[in-house]
Design a protein around this ligand. Structure first.
Ligand code: GLC
Length: 822
């Protein structure tokens, strides 16, 4: 393959007379525009091609298109309606170019082909339609149904920009992050405009976050499209016209990345390589969190914290919602309710409870309030087009709002957390950052933003505002906490937000429908690049009964972010609020979360380091099976544990689809064969959970909070398989950035079994040495009577089989090979 990387050449193309297609249309959003004919302009025939390294510029004589080879599997397309591209700046993608091996430009009679080893981007000469073909199978993965087009925006300047693709036969769509309703997006229409969607409903759109990234699957092959445009954007998956998939935006550039699969997992990992992964959270953040709007005064906060300890229900964090502040002024304390916050935080800390506080973007207009004064003096607040301040009412009353798209403002805001950090606050929760304004919903379009020097109105900055707020929070905390890992949560965000914080799904409702919805939402966020996601366990508004709350705790045990939260006008809902048997069952599941902590933390590492999502819906496991394109009520956490939440009131069993291979019922250890459905018993104290045969699931002792106990040994639960499976255990300091300097330990376990042996091999990477010395094994499912166990050729005499036929023995943590023979 010829490498054109260093070359720049101009091709002469047969001049084809340029036709401008003019199509008067009705403009839906703009009543004034309806008075005049609006003209959609389409790209016409290709007349010129210029190459510049990994960028190829095609022109029809007026408009230009840039096609850029980003990696072997990612190709970016940009449109400049009159030949001039906008500045190439993205909050989502910090660095566009990745490693490319080889690529070439070829010309055939009707097309130009830009191809890498994996994918070919084809530009049809006659009409500029673009398609993407998988080189190996020659399957057309994605193709324009009409050429890219645009429409001048007379009121604001720039263009409405449109791409219309063919909706392939039997093609299904996934992703888009924060959307309500079913997992499969086919036949639906969506809009992205970050919205404070209190008590949102099934299919309500838009919600809090914008992730303009979707995955298409057809002919068992997957690809993704990331439309990196922060303006109000729209996606239509065959709803308006069953043969078309389109995406468009109210402004900005028509710029999208084609991301090749062929597996859904590959697409997600590659999307993650563009937009980044979540940094390792402090390990305690994977524990259980308790929240309410609001726990106050101090006595109440302590009573709740102590309530966990006296009942032996593990919990790592307690939240202070807006009422801890003085008149909802951010970075202040209500001294009546919290006379000495530093002491309180310390006392909570002494029983292992971390304090997380709420910080909103609305700053009260009050000349006696230091934050407002600093913001005003330094001109940090957003302004309208005529230079008035952007003012709106939120919790504190009349407010102004920092422009988080200004790097100076972000730096200032990050520094404001100093006092909170000095007091010992462990995490920060950023809310209302769509941005939300009472009454009008959000800012008017004419508000101006710095946009890191690429100035724009709120039309351009709205969807990015929340992400820049949590970015400023994260970066500020990171500096202030020195080498400790910040923990942040944000409600609003845009693609790439995962680099700065976790998310929760906003103000849900205590209903069975919302339990289903929450399960889908977390899966969807996970495959849309936002791994650290959870719902308000129990529902924010409305009243759950004990059964619903318990089923929600069970789902939450396997949500990457596990937090119960509720609105102030509802009954309290701590894990003990509903009495027995609920309290004991809630404890059992929260304890399970703490036991599985090393597994969950390792899955987090796999995400951070390699871009794997944490939750994996069925479409990701077996995309070739069409029925899986519709399954949304089960998922795996990592690749070893399958979770089948009980989402129906009164249910004591449920249908479960097991992916191909053998699976162990976590509770009974019965082995079931996958590739089919099974009816599984699910009494209130058991949510169906399955472990993939061949897995090693590491386990810590139950703790009341992360770090409560010194870990003397790690339990390795080994699930026999007739075959070979790899598992991982990741460990590090848990709260520092030393892992960036390779101070971590990544253990790979290889399990190989046949009718008479099971061999476990271990290899270790990294510079961190955990404190414990031994592993305690718990081997299940052995099909033979154990005759001997050797560890690195040394015979072990001390082993036993318990009544559940689990084989127990111990080894030094440094073993290389364990051999169990029958
Ligand atoms: C918003 C948040 C909610 C919070 C409340 C008060 O509704 O979504 O979680 O409790 O504001 O701060």
């Amino acid at each position: 393959m010829e490498d054109l990387n260093e070359q720049s050449k101009e091709l002469n193309v047969n001049a084809i007379s340029q036709q401008v297609e003019e199509e008067p249309i009705q403009h839906l959003n703009n009543p004034v525009a309806n008075l005049k004919p609006i003209v959609k302009k389409y790209l016409t025939a290709v007349r010129q091609v210029v190459t510049d390294g990994n960028k190829f510029y095609f022109s029809d004589g007026d408009a230009r298109v840039e096609i850029r080879v980003v990696s072997d599997e990612i190709i970016r397309v940009r449109l400049a309606p009159h030949g001039v591209f906008l500045e190439d700046f993205s909050y989502a993608v910090p660095k566009v170019d990745q490693k490319v091996t080889l690529f070439k430009l070829e010309e055939s009679e009707s097309f130009y082909h830009i191809s890498t080893n994996t994918v070919s981007c084809n530009v049809r000469k006659s009409d500029f339609q673009i398609s993407f073909t998988e080189i190996q199978s020659q399957v057309v993965m994605n193709e324009d149904q009409s050429p890219m087009h645009w429409e001048e925006n007379v009121d604001f300047g720039g263009y409405y920009v449109y791409a219309t693709k063919t909706c392939m036969q039997e093609e299904n769509f996934f992703g888009l992050g924060d959307k309500s309703g079913n997992m499969n997006l086919r036949g639906r229409h969506f809009q992205n405009w970050n919205t404070d969607a209190y008590s949102f409903g099934w299919d309500q759109d838009p919600l809090y976050r914008t992730i303009p990234f979707y995955i298409g699957v057809h002919q068992s092959l997957a690809y993704g499209i990331f439309f990196d445009n922060t303006f109000r954007s729209y996606f239509d998956f065959g709803r308006e016209d069953a043969s078309k998939t389109s995406f468009w935006a109210d402004g900005g550039e028509l710029q999208y990345y084609y991301i090749h699969g062929p597996h859904v997992m590959d697409v997600v990992k590659r999307y993650q390589s563009l937009t980044g992964t979540h940094p390792m959270p402090p390990q305690w953040a994977l524990g259980y969190h308790q929240c309410r709007w609001s726990y106050y005064p101090e006595k109440k906060v302590k009573e709740i914290a102590e309530g966990f300890r006296s009942r032996n229900i593990p919990c790592d964090a307690i939240y202070l919602d807006i009422d801890y502040m003085e008149g909802y002024r951010c970075f202040t304390w209500n001294k009546k309710h919290f006379p000495d916050p530093k002491r309180m935080i310390k006392e909570l800390g002494s029983i292992g409870m971390k304090t997380v506080v709420m910080i909103d973007p609305g700053i009260k207009v009050d000349d006696n309030y230091w934050v407002f004064k600093e913001g005003k003096e330094n001109n940090y607040f957003c302004r309208r087009s005529d230079d008035y301040f952007m003012e709106g009412h939120v919790w504190p009353g009349r407010c102004q709002f920092p422009d988080f798209t200004n790097p100076k403002v972000r730096e200032w805001w990050g520094g404001l957390y100093k006092e909170l950090v000095d007091m010992g606050v462990a995490g920060v929760w950023n809310d209302m950052n769509e941005p939300a304004v009472f009454g009008s919903g959000t800012f008017p379009n004419d508000v101006r933003h710095h946009y890191d020097g690429h100035r724009g109105s709120h039309r351009k900055a709205h969807n990015i505002y929340g992400m820049q707020m949590v970015r400023s929070t994260y970066d500020g905390l990171k500096k202030l906490m020195r080498n400790r890992r910040p923990f942040t949560i944000t409600r609003a965000g845009y693609s790439g937000m995962q680099r700065y914080g976790s998310v929760w799904t906003g103000d849900n409702i205590a209903s069975w429908e919302h339990l289903i919805l929450g399960s889908i939402q977390c899966q969807r966020m996970s495959i849309s690049g936002v791994p650290f996601c959870g719902t308000d366990i129990g529902g924010f508004s409305g009243e759950p009964d004990g059964e619903l709350f318990t089923r929600w705790i069970q789902l939450g045990t396997f949500s990457p972010f596990m937090r119960a939260h509720s609105a102030g006008d509802t009954i309290e809902r701590e894990p003990w609020s509903f009495g027995e048997p609920f309290e004991s069952i809630n404890r059992k599941f929260i304890e399970l979360r703490y036991k599985l902590l090393p597994y969950m933390y390792s899955v987090f590492w796999e995400h951070h380091r390699y871009g794997f999502p944490i939750l994996r819906p069925m479409i990701m496991l077996e995309q070739e099976q069409i029925s899986n394109h519709y399954r949304q009520d089960e998922f795996t956490f990592g690749d070893k544990i399958l979770i089948c939440p009980v989402l129906e009131q009164g249910a004591v069993s449920r249908r479960v689809y097991l992916p191909k291979g053998a699976w162990y019922n976590y509770w009974s250890q019965e082995v079931l064969q996958g590739g089919s459905e099974h009816q599984i018993s699910a009494p209130l104290d058991e949510m169906p959970i399955f472990v993939r045969a061949g897995s090693i699931i590491p386990e810590y002792p139950v703790m009341q909070y992360v770090g409560e106990k010194k870990i003397d040994e790690v339990i390795l639960n080994v699930y026999y398989t007739d075959g070979e499976v790899n598992s991982f255990l990741y460990e590090d300091h848990g709260d520092t950035f030393a892992y960036e300097q390779d101070i971590y330990s990544e253990k790979k376990f290889n399990v190989k079994g046949d009718a008479s042996t099971l061999i476990i091999a271990q290899s270790v990477e990294g510079l961190y040495t955990p404190n414990y010395e031994t592993y305690s094994y718990n081997v299940v499912g052995l099909p033979f009577q154990v005759q001997s166990i050797t560890i690195d050729d040394q015979e072990v005499s001390d082993f036993s089989m318990n009544e559940n036929k689990e084989l127990r023995f111990k080894s030094d943590k440094k073993f290389s090979e364990v051999r169990i023979t029958g």
